[in-house]
Structure formats: C-alpha cells, structure tokens
Design a protein around this ligand. Structure first.
Ligand SMILES: [Zn+2]
Length: 262
C-alpha cells in the first residue's frame, strides 16, 4: 500500500473515533457571563442577575469614580479596566485567592467585587484602582495609606465616624503605633488597622495636602521626616492633640458592634 493511502486510512480512523467521542452524552452545565462596555470600563455579571440590578451596580461604580477623583483632586480616569461582579466570598476566593469582599488588581486591569445592594465594597476597591494607576503601586510600608485612603473613600461603618473611632482607640489603649501600622499593617487587628489608617490619611490630607501624601505613598514610611518634617512619634502627638481638642472627655462607643464590621 502506498504511503499516501495509509495516511488517509489513519486519518479517517482518527476522525471517526473523534466524532464518536463527541457523540457520547456527557453532563455539562452551562455557565454564562455577560458583559457591557461603557467608555473605558467593561462590567461583567452572571447572566442570572437581572438588568435592573446590574444597572444599579454600574451606576455605583460610576459615582464612586467621580467622588473618589474629587477626594484626591484628580479630574479624569481613562484606564481600560474590567469590573467582575461575583456573588459570594467562595467565588471570590476561587478567582482571586482571597475570600474578601473585593480585590483590586491594577496590573491585571481587573477589579473583583461582591455584588451587594447595600454596604458594597465598590467605592473602596475603585479607590485602590484609581490611586494605584495614577500614583503607582505603593511602597510596602505605605500599605496603611493604600488601605487607609480606600477606607476613607468607602466611608466608615454607619454610626462610627473616623474621629470617634480614633478617640475610642486612644481611650481604650487599642491604638496601634504608627511604626507598627506602617511595617506590619496586616498583622494588626483588622477593624482597628483599617479605621485608624483612614483617620490618619484624612488628617494628613486635610492638614498637609496631597503633594506630600503622594510622596510618602511612593517613598515609604522611612521618608516621613524628610517629607513632612516630623517623625512618627511627633505625628502621634499631633493626632492625640487633635482628637483631645475635639473630644475632651471619654466617649460612648459600642466596641462589640464596631468590631463585627460593617
Ligand atoms: Zn482595600
């Protein structure tokens, strides 16, 4: 038999066997995601989410961008970005490696967020994306600034203002030293670390502007003195002075409720 004929026979057998395999009945379930691109952002949802809910979430993203830009005195945000809405922390864990409420990955141009009609993490996560695109990935010792600014933007837990919370951390001796906050952010109790960082970010921006804030973000906590002209202990003293002026006596604070998160 000629070589050509042999090849044709082998190929036919292969094709027949392939088509037989595809005819076998297998159990597959269909999972569909749908997307919509508006300007520079593409939004992804499970096809099971109704349109009204999708539009509500998209509007929240758009408003978050406008308000966050205003907070950091920037005017536009044009980076191409995907926003993936997922429906459970389990799903979040599968896609991001962490069962968080939201995760921002500027290097992947993707933001994952839980789809929540109330208490959504969108504004917090969008702030991460905007600042990391505009100012770069912060120095490791600026993680507290990255999380603090996003928490400040996202809003404190209802009923607990940032300054009230800080006053309580001081009066209950739960306050974290600035050094510890900077060098070991995630090693501290979560609710205190995030809220205290948000308070300190607001304090620095309100009193010294965004120029110095951005420099510290990029260069890290070791440059505090050279950028601001004071060291970590002097900063702690200023924060204490500010909060004592605002609240001269001890305040009521529902620690258990606060610590449950919002
Ligand atoms: Zn965050």
């Amino acid at each position: 038999m000629k070589l050509g004929k042999i090849i044709i026979i082998i190929l036919s057998v292969f094709i027949v066997s392939c088509s037989n395999n595809s005819e076998k009945k297998e159990e597959w379930s269909k999972i569909t995601r749908e997307s919509k691109k508006i300007n520079n952002i593409t939004y992804y949802f499970s096809s099971e989410i109704d349109i009204l809910r999708r539009n509500y979430a998209i509007k929240e993203c758009q408003n978050s961008i406008i308000e966050n830009l205003k907070l950091i005195k920037e005017t536009e945000f044009t980076n191409e970005m995907d926003i993936e809405f997922v429906e459970s922390r389990k799903e979040m864990l599968k896609y991001t490696g962490m069962g968080a409420q939201g995760m921002a990955f500027p290097k992947r141009n993707t933001l994952f967020t839980l789809l929540k009609d109330e208490g959504s993490p969108i504004k917090h996560e969008v702030m991460h994306m905007i600042t990391m695109y505009k100012w770069g990935i912060p120095s490791e010792s600026s993680t507290w600034m990255n999380e603090g600014l996003a928490t400040y933007a996202g809003g404190s837990c209802p009923g607990f203002s940032l300054s009230e919370s800080y006053k309580y951390f001081i009066q209950s001796k739960k306050v974290i030293s600035m050094k510890n906050l900077a060098i070991n952010f995630y090693g501290n109790p979560e609710m205190i670390a995030y809220t205290q960082s948000a308070f300190v970010c607001k304090f620095l921006i309100d009193n010294y502007g965004l120029g110095k804030f951005k420099l510290l973000w990029k260069n890290g906590f070791n440059e505090l003195q050279s950028i601001y002209g004071f060291n970590n202990q002097e900063l702690e003293m200023s924060l204490l002075e500010f909060i004592t002026k605002k609240y001269s006596t001890e305040i009521e604070f529902n620690w258990n409720k606060f610590n449950e998160g919002c």
